[in-house]
Design a protein around this ligand. Structure first.
Ligand SMILES: NC(=O)c1ccc[n+]([C@@H]2O[C@H](COP(=O)([O-])OP(=O)(O)OC[C@H]3O[C@@H](n4cnc5c(N)ncnc54)[C@H](OP(=O)(O)O)[C@@H]3O)[C@@H](O)[C@H]2O)c1
Length: 258
C-alpha cells in the first residue's frame, strides 16, 4: 500500500531543524493538505519554512508558528490556528525534545531534570489534549510521539533524558488505549541521528556509527519516513506500537547510547 496522507492536516512540533523539519518535508511529499510547523524561536521556524518552500513545498500548505512545546497556552493557540487555517488537525507529531544534561541520575542538576521531563514528557500530553479538544475528538486522528532507544532500556550517558523517553513510551501506550478506536497513538524510537541535539554522541562519528549494526548514523529522513508511515492509513491497524528506527542497535549486544 502506498504511504499517503493525501488531504490530511498535520502539526509537527520542534520542526525548525533535524527530524522535525525532515518530517514536515516528508508529509508534504506524501500529500498533506496543511502542515503546521512549530518551534520556540520565530526566526528559526521562519528559516525552516523558507528552506521547505525552497525545496518545493507549496507555501499555501505551510503554517510556521513560534510555540513553546512546554506551554499549554502555546499548544492551544497553535492547534487553534491550524484548525482555523486548514479546517482540522488530523495528525500530530510530538517531536520537540531537549537534552540539557548528561550523566547519571544521581548527579543531574535538578533544573535540567525539570526542563528535560517538562519538554520531553509533559509537553506531548499538552499537545495531545489540545489536538483532541479542538479536532480529534470529533474527527478522529493519528498521533506519533518521538521517543528514543534510550526510552527502551537504560544507558550510562543520558539518565534524565532516558527516563523522560521511557515515560513517553508508556504514555503512548496509555493514550493508545484511552483514545481508541478513533485516534491511533504510536511512537518511533530512534538511535543516534546526526542532528544538533545528539552532537555529543557523535563527536567521534566512526565510533558512533560502529555501534549500529547497519554501520552508519541515522539521518533525519530515516526517522521522517517511519513517522509518516505510522501516521498514515498504511498503519491503520497499528496503535500503541513503539517502532525502533535504529540501524539495528536494539539488537546489538553492546549498550546503546541514544
Ligand atoms: N538525534 C538523535 O540522535 C535522536 C535520537 C532519539 C530521539 N531523538 C528525538 O528526536 C526529536 C527531535 O530531535 P532532533 O534530533 O531532530 O534535534 P534538533 O535538530 O536539535 O531539533 C530539536 C527541535 O526541537 C525544538 N525545540 C527544542 N526545545 C523546544 C521547546 N521547549 N519548545 C519547542 N520546540 C523546541 C528545536 O527548535 P528551537 O530551538 O527553534 O525551539 C528544534 O526544532 C527529539 O524529541 C529527540 O529527543 C533524537
Amino acid at each position: 500500500m502506498e504511504v499517503s496522507v493525501e488531504g490530511k492536516v498535520v502539526l509537527v512540533t520542534g520542526a525548525s531543524r533535524g527530524i522535525g523539519q525532515a518530517t514536515a518535508a516528508e508529509f508534504a511529499r506524501s500529500g498533506a493538505a496543511g502542515i503546521t510547523i512549530t518551534s520556540r524561536k520565530p526566526e528559526n521556524i521562519e528559516r525552516a519554512a523558507a528552506e521547505l518552500i525552497e525545496a518545493g513545498v507549496d507555501e499555501e500548505t505551510l503554517l510556521p508558528l513560534a510555540a513553546r512545546a512546554d506551554s499549554e497556552e502555546s499548544a492551544d493557540n497553535a492547534v487553534a490556528a491550524t484548525v482555523e487555517r486548514f479546517g482540522s488537525c488530523d495528525i500530530l507529531v510530538n517531536n520537540a525534545g531537549t537534552n540539557p544534561s548528561a550523566g547519571p541520575l544521581m548527579e543531574v542538576d535538578l533544573g535540567a531534570l525539570d526542563k528535560t521531563w517538562s519538554v520531553n514528557l509533559r509537553a506531548p500530553l499538552l499537545w495531545v489534549r489540545a489536538a483532541y479538544r479542538a479536532s480529534m475528538e470529533k474527527n478522529g486522528g493519528s498521533i506519533v510521539n518521538v521517543s528514543s532507544v534510550g526510552g527502551l532500556r537504560p544507558s550510562p550517558i543520558t539518565g534524565a533524558y532516558n527516563v523522560s523517553k521511557a515515560g513517553l513510551v508508556h504514555m503512548t501506550r496509555q493514550l493508545a488505549l484511552e483514545l481508541a478506536p478513533s485516534i491511533r497513538v504510536n511512537a518511533v524510537a530512534p538511535a543516534v541521528v546526526k542532528t544538533r541535539l545528539s552532537e555529543m554522541l557523535w563527536q567521534d562519528e566512526a565510533a558512533a556509527a560502529g555501534m549500529h549494526p547497519l554501520g552508519r548514523l541515522g539521518t533525519p529522513e530515516d526517522i521522517a519516513r517511519a513517522i509518516v508511515f505510522l501516521a498514515s492509513d498504511a498503519a491503520d491497524w497499528m496503535t500503541g506500537v513503539i517502532l525502533p528506527v535504529d540501524g539495528g542497535m536494539s539488537e546489538a549486544s553492546s549498550s546503546g547510547i541514544a
